[in-house]
Design a protein around this ligand. Structure first.
Ligand SMILES: Nc1ncnc2c1ncn2[C@@H]1O[C@H](COP(=O)(O)OP(=O)(O)OP(=O)(O)O)[C@@H](O)[C@H]1O
Ligand SMILES: [Mg+2]
Length: 507
């Protein structure tokens, strides 16, 4: 007797549908599993056997062979338990009502037959649908997450016993309704209206958000850098459904979906500590797990106390900041993970935390401060378009009434500016000004007459490098977009020049 059912295998966010073939023949009782790595076979055999027995079904005492195909695909973890149990029951004639030849069965079994939560159910169900499957039986705990995928029916399963009863017709498991994205559950912890003073920093963050430029904030302890960075996701345009699904898939694979386990609708904000390992930042492990930079995909990667991060970590950010994807290579695999982030970094002006003068209104230009900043590699600094000082607040601004636009107001302006950019850039397959290439900058970022004159003067006076020149133009383009201006005018350019690094010159 022979049966085939289906399961899924994931590597990173990609995967394939697995055929689980079960063959039962006469002969001495022997239970063989092929197609799994050696270490996992023993455990899978024991779990399926106990789960079947403890679900009131019979484990066939004959010659039993289970084959997971294709054989050359890496199969990790106990996710195939449920499909193996269903295959064994089917091949031994214990599932009369079974008609689900185009379904996937996903889940780890406990010894008593319970179906346990598994990581990565959402991307697996999505790929099952793409492979032509029409039903997915998933762990009950992962049902809402899986039901985000449209075009496939998702059945939440509590136990093997329940599934058997479903096929025997004694109870019915109903498919879940498609999980909707509700905009009301998008809650951000900090609103711009709650932050006092620092108007020029808020403006800089608005500009950065509008063009997806990376930001570096420099200021003494307690001046509000962390607070301001935390508020940033609240002014970025709301995520589209497709973006939300992309992000949720990454969190599903990482096993980091929070308890409701529904769709992630708020933009991620990740703030890894500077002691984070290389693998923690870029991803990796024996099964590929997303790192912080992928967990920040479509959101903000906040690097607090930037100079304290290891050199290797900072270097590893260069390629993904450019490409929006990160390639994780190990002996056993090589996978790509999405990593399109806005990087926000913060640092104190010197290792002691304060500028040597400790005066709020002075430029931090001491030697010690310069050396501290030189710990950050030039190429990384070069990917940061907006540099802004965050001074200590005076009493009046801290004690006075909070007067500031709310995040919602700013978000509207940012969204409008992005709309203008995507109209202009869509023929180049780009979305935001930060993505402009050296070839496109001169064509897209055109100055009006007076602005041209200002740039010519500034170029020599400030000793702008070629790189600095392009950076200023991109930023000026974004500032003009916020002002709904088709050409870049003097005031836009002047503001962009203000966001240049203020210590050593860019080189
Ligand atoms: N502009 C501000 N408006 C309202 N509260 C503020 C502001 N600045 C600082 N605070 C208060 O001070 C606390 C510390 O601010 P924050 O953690 O952002 O400082 P920081 O600049 O990141 O300091 P550090 O360099 O030590 O990390 C905040 O949690 C908040 O309570
Ligand atoms: Mg801080």
């Amino acid at each position: 007797m022979h049966a085939v059912v289906h399961s899924c295998s994931l590597t990173g966010l990609d995967g394939v549908v697995i055929d689980v073939e079960v063959d039962i023949s006469n002969g001495l009782p022997k239970h063989t599993v092929v197609g799994l790595p050696d270490t996992a076979v023993q455990e899978a055999r024991e779990r399926t056997k106990s789960a079947i027995r403890n679900s009131g079904a019979v484990f066939p005492d004959r010659r039993l062979t289970v084959n997971l195909a294709p054989a050359d695909i890496r199969k990790e973890g106990p996710i195939h338990d449920l499909s193996m149990a269903v295959g064994i029951l089917l091949a031994s004639g214990q599932l009369d009502g079974f008609t689900d030849g185009t379904a996937v069965f996903l889940g780890e079994l406990s010894l008593d037959g319970g179906v346990r939560h598994a990581d990565g159910v959402l991307p697996m169900v999505a790929l099952a649908r793409d492979a032509g499957m029409d039903k997915a039986f998933v762990p009950h705990a992962d049902g809402v997450e899986a039901a985000i995928v449209e075009g496939i029916q998702v059945y939440p399963v509590e136990s093997l016993q329940q599934l058997i009863a479903h096929y025997m017709g004694t109870i019915r498991i109903d498919p879940l309704p498609v999980t909707e994205m509700s905009s009301t559950d998008t809650k951000y912890p900090v609103d711009f209206a709650d932050i006092r003073g620092q108007d020029h920093v808020k403006r800089a963050l608005e500009v950065a958000a509008a063009g997806a430029h990376n930001v570096l904030m420099i200021g003494p302890p307690g001046s509000g850098k962390t607070l301001l960075a935390r508020a940033l996701p609240s002014i970025l345009p709301a995520m589209s459904l497709d973006e939300a699904i992309e992000v949720t898939k990454i969190y599903s694979v990482a096993g980091q979906l929070s308890d409701g386990r529904a769709l992630m609708s708020a933009r991620p904000f990740r703030s890894p500590h500077h002691t984070v390992t290389y693998a923690g930042l870029v991803g990796g492990g024996s099964t590929p797990r997303p790192g912080e930079i992928s967990l920040a995909h479509r959101g903000v990667l906040f690097l607090d106390e930037l100079p304290e991060f290891g050199r290797q970590s900072l270097e590893s950010l260069r390629q993904p900041l450019e490409d929006g994807v990160i390639t994780i290579t190990r002996a056993a695999y090589s996978v790509e993970m999405p990593a399109r982030v806005m990087m926000v970094a913060a640092m104190n002006p010197s290792p002691s935390g304060f500028a040597d003068t400790d005066a709020a209104d002075q430029r931090f230009s001491s030697r010690a401060a310069q050396r501290y900043r030189q710990r950050i590699s030039g190429p990384l600094l070069d990917r940061i378009d907006v540099h802004v000082d965050v001074p200590r607040l005076d009493y009046a601004s801290m004690a006075g009434p909070a007067v500031s636009d709310s995040s919602a107001d700013i978000q509207t302006r940012v969204a409008e500016a992005r709309e203008r950019q995507s109209m202009r850039l869509q023929s180049h397959d780009l979305h935001v000004n930060a993505e402009l290439t050296a070839r496109l900058v001169p064509r897209i970022c055109t100055l009006d007459e007076p602005a041209e004159t200002l740039l010519r003067q500034a170029h020599d006076r400030l000793g702008l490098s070629g790189r600095g020149h392009h950076r200023v133009l991109k930023l000026a383009r974004t500032i003009a977009d916020l002002a709904a201006s088709e050409s870049i005018q003097t005031q836009h350019l002047a503001e962009a020049l203000n966001y240049r690094p203020q210590l050593d010159d860019e080189g």
